[in-house]
Each structure stands twice: as C-alpha cells, then as structure tokens.
Design a protein around this ligand. Sequence first.
Ligand code: DGY
Length: 322
Amino acid sequence: MTEEKPVVLVTRKLPAAVEARLARDYAPRLNPNDTLYSSEALIAAAEGAAAIVPCHTEHFSADVIARLPQETRIIANFSVGYDHVDTEAAKARGIVVTNTPDVLSDATAEIAMLLMLGAARRAGEGERLVRSAGWRDWSPAFMVGSQVTGKRLGIVGMGRVGQVVARRARGFDMEIHYHNRSRLDPALEAGRTYYERVEDLLPNCDILSLNCPATPETRNLLNAERIALLPDGAIVVNTARGALVDDAALIAALRSGKLAAAGLDVYNGEPDIHPDYRTLENAFLLPHIGSATRETRDAMGFRALDNLDAFFAGREPGDRVA
Ligand code: DGY
C-alpha cells in the first residue's frame, strides 16, 4: 500500500515546473486563477492541509495562526522575507516556518541597480516624457541628473542581497559603506567601510540602499531624523520592505529637494501605496518585482519544496526561521 501524499495548500499560482514537482510529490491544492486569499478564505482553504506554501501576500497574524487547522505543521514560504508571518505565534503552535534565501539575491540586486540608475538619471520622468509626446527639444540643461559612477553607496543590511548589491556597485566604481547588525569578516568585508550605528553611515552616502529585513526594530528605520543626516541631494533606494520607511518623511524630503530622488520597489500597504508617491516626478517606482525573473521564481519554488521535502522526511529544513 502506498502512503498518502501530504496535502499542501499553495496560495498563489507558481511556475509550471514547481507545480509539476508539487503534483509529483504531494497532494497540492493549487490556485490556478491566482486569486488573492482573504484571511478567512485562507483558513478555510487550509482545512486538512499538512503544509502551506504562501507568498508575502498572505498574512499569518497570531489570530490567523491560532485558527489554522490542527493538521497544519509547516509554512514553507515562497519568499525570503517572512515579516508576513508571526513567527512567535507559529512557534507557540509548533508550526515550522521556512523561507527561500540566496536564490533571489542576484535578481533583487539587479533591481537595486536599476532603481539607483533610474532615480539618479531621471529615467521615469524621461520615459513619461517620450510616451506622452512631451519631448520637444534637446539642450545642455535638458533632463540633467546625477552620475552614480564613483559615488558613495551606503548599504543598510549587508546580508546576502546587500553583498551582491555591493559587488555590482563596484562595477560602477562606487565606494561602499555599510551598516549591519554585525561587522562582516574581513574576507567578506573586502575593504568596505563599516559603521556600527546607522546614524554614522548616513552622512557618508550619496546613495542609500535599504537591504535589511523588516522587523519591529527596523520599522520606520528611515525617518525624518535619519533623512536629515543624509547629504543634501542624496538618493534613497528600497528593494527590501516598505515598512523600513516612514512614507510621510520620505515624501517631504523628496518634495523639499533635501533628497534628489528615490527609487522604490516596495511600499507600506502595497499595492495601495501612499498616493503622494505617484505625484512625485523624482520618485522612480516599480511594483515589487525584485525577484521577478523566470530563473529566480523557479529557484524560489524549488527551494520552498526542498524545505517541505526535508520536513516530511523527518529532517531539519535547511531554511528554517521558526
Ligand atoms: C521576497 O522573497 O521576500 C520578495 O519580496 C517576494 O516576496
């Protein structure tokens, strides 16, 4: 007699190769229409599921976790960020939580570079001008931005993504300064300048890239007081989480000219972002596509499944975060 395959609730439509592997090894409940679950619908859909494979679009608050069925034993996230899961509540219920680190570092660092360049060189404004048939002329004063080459890049969060951003930025001869919870080993630090306090990093950044996870400690990390510490005309780039930024403070600094520009891929409350961002010519905006490449989305799915496989084989999942 063959053993029954564990039921896995998959909250969003995943790449075909990932869903094929799920169907081979598990009894997946897929979401072919990619409909966003409400918390109530999520709890109902989880009935009888031993595992859930969610994205950051589903929120596992303490209340949702308390109401998950008794059978649910693992939340294997299709994401590196897991701020959408109350890990303490999961631990208290004995639910294992995993994420998908490493596999999206290159893709996310590409978007960080795109945001830096787009913000510094006014790419959004330029694109809007061409599309709206508003481009009339060329002159030496036309659409002048700032160069990123040779500038000082400050990175907050020198984890996997931050380190790739630093390496890519070296291709633009940028000087790398960073703040991290702990200083990197000399081999990894590779001559970059470390600041124990984020406040000491900020005055040394022509461009600031946020690459740390959203936690209660990093919420609103970039607030009005810290923005004031950046040099006038600095640029801010965020590919991590919207929660790191105090929107009102960033918008005020973009309006006043304290900051030259911002490049954002992530937002508080996304996709219902602070409406003022849409009105700012100097905000270069993308819709949370840091990991959106075919290669990376496959790799994220396979990594989530590796964690499930380990769990159901009685091994410790490689990417356990709770
Ligand atoms: C991640 O993996 O955390 C990305 O932001 C997509 O969820």
